[in-house]
Design a protein around this ligand. Structure first.
Ligand SMILES: [Zn+2]
Length: 442
């Protein structure tokens, strides 16, 4: 027999749901990690014989899954959580969110808000997030420092904001940031044209061309409300999806966020162009925006990922909670109890997210050769008993507070519920300070 091979980390878990192969749960197995990459998934006795680990972690009551991918959000808006609730999108944006942002958004706010959001996301199992917000350089640096995987989409508008004057200015600053992170192993910078109604044809065409040249991702809010579609029909004589397709903006690089208003022509366009949909059920419910027909899109072969949207319209950043909402809502919308089952919801929050971000060869499943982006969820408390199917427990019971461990590329971000790369107490102090400033002078 050959000598055991030395590896950096062995995680032994009661259950492992690797997402690929589909719908499987392995029991009493071990995930073998070396230099940040998954080397093997084998029974624990085999792991003892074949591998000599520098570090072994035994998780006797835990389910191991791929780290969750939060495919859409505005991390810094966690500082605006609960600022304005119970309002429709237009009123909420125009009368509350945009005026507050114009007054308060700056480098410090984005840095502190993004860190607060990352802490919340890591604690609830997210290891990769896709973001769109002002001062994206601050978000990119914060992600780099916390060792989180992130896609940072710099905003593109025609109108001015605290971060830019006009489309040209946003693009110039964004492209420079893209260059700064070109070779970064965890952080990637893409284009974030806010929505079809905040950018002209020329601006959107420019984004499409630049993104193709750089092979960079695009994230855009699309068909969020019925009003958006009606306004576009009045102004441009076509649905927003048709307009984007004609401008070259729908492609496998494009993440279409929301899609609550979908007809046959939209399905055909998404499918033909290979664009991804990012479903944000809780934000859509809270703003009464509508319902994304998730099961229908999946049946048509369209990739649907999952996002929380910003904490100002959710109001939490737990993708586990979002999985439960997505699974329940899909059944209501499809009128079928078998729509989006538990494994399907987990796949949406992991592999589908990875696909939407163009990262499916690196993350989204616990397969040999992929990066060790992994989470552990402890299933030992009263409300998770008894356990017939741990993935059912993960999706259909309240499991956000059960996340105990998280790793990105083999580096621990959360150990026994303790954040390793962010300071929780400091973040709470900063959030309270911002609430005082914003609350007093809004
Ligand atoms: Zn959004």
């Amino acid at each position: 027999m050959s000598a055991p091979e030395t590896v950096s980390l062995v995680i032994k878990a009661r259950w492992i749901a690797p997402v690929v192969p589909e719908n499987r749960v392995f029991e009493h197995c071990a995930l073998i990690v070396d230099k940040g990459v998954i080397r093997a998934l084998v029974p624990q006795e085999e792991a003892d014989k074949r591998f000599d680990a520098e570090q072994t972690i035994f998780l006797g009551n835990h389910l191991l899954t791929p780290g969750l991918v939060n495919a859409h959000g505005h991390a810094a808006m966690s500082l605006l959580r609960g600022l304005a609730d119970d309002l429709p999108l237009k009123t909420w944006l125009e009368q509350y969110i945009w005026p507050t942002e114009n007054r308060w958004v700056n480098e410090d706010m984005v840095r502190d808000g993004t860190e607060l959001a990352m802490a919340e996301m890591i604690r609830s199992g997210t290891t990769c997030f896709s973001d769109m917000y002002f001062f994206p350089g601050q978000a990119a640096q914060a992600a780099q420092q916390a060792h989180m995987r992130a896609h940072i989409h710099f905003p593109v508008f025609d109108m001015p904001s605290a971060w830019g004057q006009d489309a040209e200015d946003y693009l110039r600053k964004g492209l420079s940031l893209h260059d700064d992170f070109r070779a970064h192993p965890l952080v990637r910078v893409g284009f974030g044209p806010h929505a079809p109604y905040t950018a002209s044809d020329d601006t959107l065409k420019r984004v499409a061309t630049l993104a193709q040249e750089l092979d960079a991702p695009i994230q855009i809010h699309l068909h969020e409300t019925a009003q958006e579609v009606t306004d576009s029909l009045n102004e441009h004589g076509k649905r927003p999806s048709q307009r984007l397709a004609e401008l070259g903006l729908l492609s496998p690089l494009t993440q279409c966020v929301h899609m609550t208003q979908v007809d046959d022509s939209d399905v055909r366009l998404l499918s033909e162009h290979g664009a991804h949909v990012v479903h944000c059920p809780e934000s859509n419910l809270k703003l009464a925006s509508g319902f994304c027909p998730v099961q229908r899109l999946l049946d048509e072969g369209i990739n649907v990922a999952l996002g929380t949207d910003g904490a100002a319209s959710n109001n939490d950043l737990s993708l586990l909670g979002e999985m439960k909402t997505a699974a329940l809502l899909a059944k209501a919308v499809a009128g079928r109890a078998d729509a989006l089952d538990a494994h399907g919801a987990l796949r949406m929050a992991t592999l589908n997210g990875a696909r939407a971000l163009g990262l499916e060869d690196r993350i989204g499943s616990l397969e040999v050769g992929k990066s060790a982006d992994v989470i552990a969820v402890e299933l030992s408390d009263l409300s998770s008993q008894p356990i017939y199917n741990p993935v059912s427990q993960l999706v259909y019971t309240d499991s956000s507070h059960r996340v105990s461990h998280a790793w990105v590329a083999g580096k621990a971000l959360l150990l026994s519920r303790q954040l390793q790369t962010l300071n929780e107490r400091e973040l709470i102090g900063k959030a309270r300070w911002w609430a005082k400033q914003i609350g007093n002078q809004r």
